[in-house]
Structure formats: C-alpha cells, structure tokens
Design a protein around this ligand. Structure first.
Ligand code: ARG
Length: 468
C-alpha cells in the first residue's frame, strides 16, 4: 500500500481499495464541507471525548491521547481564527479535521478513528449542535417573553378592540392580548425542552452500525459530552434523525407564532389602525414615497415560516423510505437544521427588538372601540343579570338595539333610554353604566379574563413561571 498521507484528498483516508481519483462532479455532489464546517466545535469535542476514552480503556496509549487532544485544541483555534484551510477534496468536517490532525501529530491521529465511524461521529456532532441551538433558542424566546411581559405590565389597563374574524368583538386590555403570546411562547419553550431531553443520548461508539469489537466505554463518552446515557441500539444510533425533525417542527411552530404576532404588528402600525408606532430602528423608508415608514422587520418575520417549515418538510422527505441504517441521504439533514436555527433566531431577535421599542397609541385604540358596538355583549349580559332574561332572548333584543343604533349612525351609549325601551320596555337608565369600554374590561374577572386587575396578577405569575 502506498503511503499517501501527503495527498490531501478524502481517498487518502478511505481509498485503500480504490485506484483512481473521483470525478469532479462526484466531489461536488459528495462534499459537505461548505456547510458542515458549522459542526467543528462539536466534532472536536466528540473526538476529544472519544480519544480520552480510548486511552482510559487501554486501546491507545496515553502519549497518543495527549498528542490528539493537543492537536485538536490547536485545530479549534485555527478554525475559530479563520486560519484553517478547508478542502472540498476532503469531503467533510470530519476528514478535514482528521487530515489536519495527521499533519500535526502523525500516527497518533491515525489511531483516533479506532472503534468509531463517521456514522456515529456525525450523529453525535449533530445532536450536540442541536442541543446547543435549543439552549440558545430557549434564551431567545425567554427574552421575547420578557419584552412582552414588560409591555403587558405597562398596558395592563390600556383598552383595545379584541377581535374574532378580525371583526371588532369585545374590548380587551393590551396587556391581556400580549400575555396570550407569552403563553404560546411558553409552550414553545416546553416543546424545545422536551426535544432536548429526548435527543440527549449518545450515539458515539455505535461505530458504523453494529458496534465494535474493541472494549470501549460508551458510558464514559456519553458522560463527558453531557449526554444522559448511551443510545441502546447501535443501528438506531447511527440512523436516527428524529431529534432533528422534532427540532425543525418546534422551530416551525415558533416561527408560525412569531408570524402571527408580526402580522398584528403590520396591521397595528398601518395608518388604518394606528395602534402602535414602531421605532425607527425597526422601520424602513421608501425610496420613492417620502411619507412611508415600512414595517419590514415584521414582514420578514411574517415570512420566515416559509423557509423554516420548508426545512421541516425537506428533512421529513429525506427520511421517508430510508432503509436502515446510515445512507448518504443523511448528509442532507444539516442545511435544513442550520438554516432553520439561524432564521428562527433572527426572527426572535427582531421580534424582541420591535416589541421592546414600539409605542402603543392608547387614544387610537380607544377611538377604534367607538366603532363596531364592542359592548353589545355587555348590554345582553345586563339584560340577563338585571332583567333575568334568558341569554338567547337578551341576545336577540340586543341585536335589535344594535340595528337601531346602526340606523341612527350612533354608538350604543348614544341611544336614548326611549330608543332602548322601544325594543325592550323593561330597560332602565342604569343600563348605560355597562356600556362603557372601561366597565366592560373591568367586569371580565372570570379566570383567565381580560380585567386589568387580573392582567396585573398574570404579569406577576408569568414572571414567576417563566423565570423572566
Ligand atoms: N458527511 C457525512 C454526513 O454528513 C459524514 C458521514 C459519512 N459517512 C459515511 N459512511 N460516508 O452524513
């Protein structure tokens, strides 16, 4: 066998049985280094853990283990300082690092791959990467929750129209509206936390697929890398990407939640609503229309589920019908995961920024409540409570009063008592007490309701529950 340690291409690592080099098209379709370099930290951590275990179990010498660890540290520095020369001919991050390690440490490097395969190596790297991404995303979601809770506290008693079907439904408080998102985001965090628990087991030592004949200690590497245990089945260990799918689903649902909030910011900042003013930092101007203040960041957040759910579908499609165990198909798992993580993080950061900086316009929101008969339900409830009418009958009578107000182009509280009595003679003057917006929100004190006093409590409870 020729010693081809100086020819820097992947076949110097796996090419013992090959005569010729690979075609340039083969190199292009096969190489993943342009994106999987993203895994370098995890790859180096995994290799260090593996090498330490090989030493501990007597599979390699202490000297080789030390040389490997030092070499890997140096490579980590080279990569983080942008001094590492990545090579597509070396296919992927694993072989780029291993080849460089051989330059630095010679034969020690060549022992590192004992009892390991790139199959368990890459599965380990990706789990570690996704775990780190989850921790970052959790912190990012938490920051958004904190910004929402702060605004909710400021606007616990600020009224705005609550909508169903985007039609004025009932008055609500801004704080209550914002806390709805805090709940959504809380569920997102708990889904990521669940996924983290499930993914946190170690594939390392599964080797290619069947395990190894060397006396390795998988519990040791699992522990070193912060996994809760070693995966039980070596075939499952190298072929499973469920954790990546779960991550992508969670990222998708978070992005979908963000897009709902973003759409509200777009609506609220439009001049038809005028409920908020976005800060200059999160608005852009138009190159032709000098008056414009565009909510570009919110629109981009609104669009993010396009690519993020696209990534979810991509990975599910890659996995569908894949026979056990590893197939190179699985190399295509990384870009969707990296892309989704990057974009959900930027969407979270932008949403947090917008939310912190925006100004609510209480007058505009109160004005909006002057249209759409937002307190019609309060009128019907009054008839039930005071006149003991069955709700359906009260609903009907209120409908007739709304129609009357519509005909007279006035609000419910602008009708005269005589107008009201023309529909329902039993109505008395104190009905007018319940027709104000502030009375309406203050009265909604049932558990989970919009009353300002409940919002104040909910703000405190959210801070406690979500550790904000
Ligand atoms: N670059 C590969 C991937 O991302 C690494 C694993 C390659 N394994 C193999 N047997 N060719 O999946």
């Amino acid at each position: 066998m020729t010693d081809n340690k100086n020819t820097k291409n992947a076949s110097s690592i796996w090419g013992g049985r090959f005569d010729g080099g690979v075609s340039s098209v083969m190199e292009r379709i096969n190489a993943s280094i342009d994106f999987d370099r993203e895994l370098y930290r995890q790859d180096i951590a995994g290799s260090k853990a593996h090498a330490a275990m090989l030493v501990k179990t007597g599979i390699i010498s202490q000297d080789d283990g030390d040389a490997i660890a030092q070499g890997l540290d140096q490579i980590a520095d080279e990569i983080s300082q942008g001094q590492f020369e990545f090579s597509a001919a070396l296919e992927d991050i694993h072989m780029n690092i291993e080849t460089r390690l051989a330059e630095l440490t010679g034969d020690a490097a060549k022992r590192l791959h004992t009892a390991r395969s790139r199959n368990d190596q890459v599965a380990t790297d990706l789990r570690l990467w996704v775990r780190d991404a989850i921790d970052q995303i959790d912190a990012d979601i938490k920051a958004l929750q904190a910004s929402l809770v702060d605004q909710a506290e400021t606007h616990a008693a600020t009224v705005m129209p609550g909508y169903t079907h985007l039609q004025t439904a009932q008055p609500v408080t801004v704080g209550h509206h914002l806390l709805a998102y805090v709940e959504m985001l809380g569920r997102d965090r708990s889904r990521f936390a669940d996924a983290r628990t499930r993914l946190n087991e170690s594939p390392l030592g599964a080797a290619a697929l069947a395990g190894t004949s060397f006396p390795i200690d998988r519990d040791m590497t699992a522990k070193t890398l912060g996994f809760s245990h070693a995966m039980r089945n070596s075939m499952d260990a190298v072929s499973d990407r469920d954790f990546a799918v779960e991550f992508l689903f969670n990222a998708s649902l978070t992005a979908i939640h963000l897009s709902r909030l973003a759409e509200e910011l777009v609506l609220w900042s439009s001049d038809r609503f005028g409920f908020i003013t976005l800060s200059d930092e999160f608005s852009t101007g138009s190159s032709i229309m000098p008056q414009k203040r565009n909510p570009d960041a919110a629109e981009l957040v609104r669009a993010k589920p396009g690519r993020i759910t696209g990534s979810l579908i991509a990975l599910m499609t890659i996995l569908k019908g894949l026979p056990m165990t590893y197939g190179k198909d699985l190399q295509e798992d990384k870009e969707p995961v990296f892309d989704a993580a990057e974009h959900v993080m930027i969407a979270l950061a932008a949403t947090t920024g917008m939310m912190r900086d925006l100004t609510f316009q209480p007058d505009a929101m109160r004005e909006a409540l002057m249209h759409g008969f937002a307190t019609a339900t309060d009128l019907a409830d009054w008839m039930v409570r005071v006149l003991n009418l069955p709700f359906r009958q009260a609903h009907h009578a209120t409908g007739a009063i709304v129609a009357l107000a519509e005909k007279k182009s006035c609000r419910l509280d602008e009708l005269t008592l005589a107008d009201m009595q023309s529909v329902l003679p039993e109505i008395t003057n104190d009905v007018f007490d319940v027709l104000t917006v502030d009375h309406s929100v203050a009265s909604r004190t049932s558990l989970g309701g919009t009353a300002p006093q409940l919002v104040e409590k909910a703000v405190k409870a959210a801070r406690k529950q979500f550790d904000l």
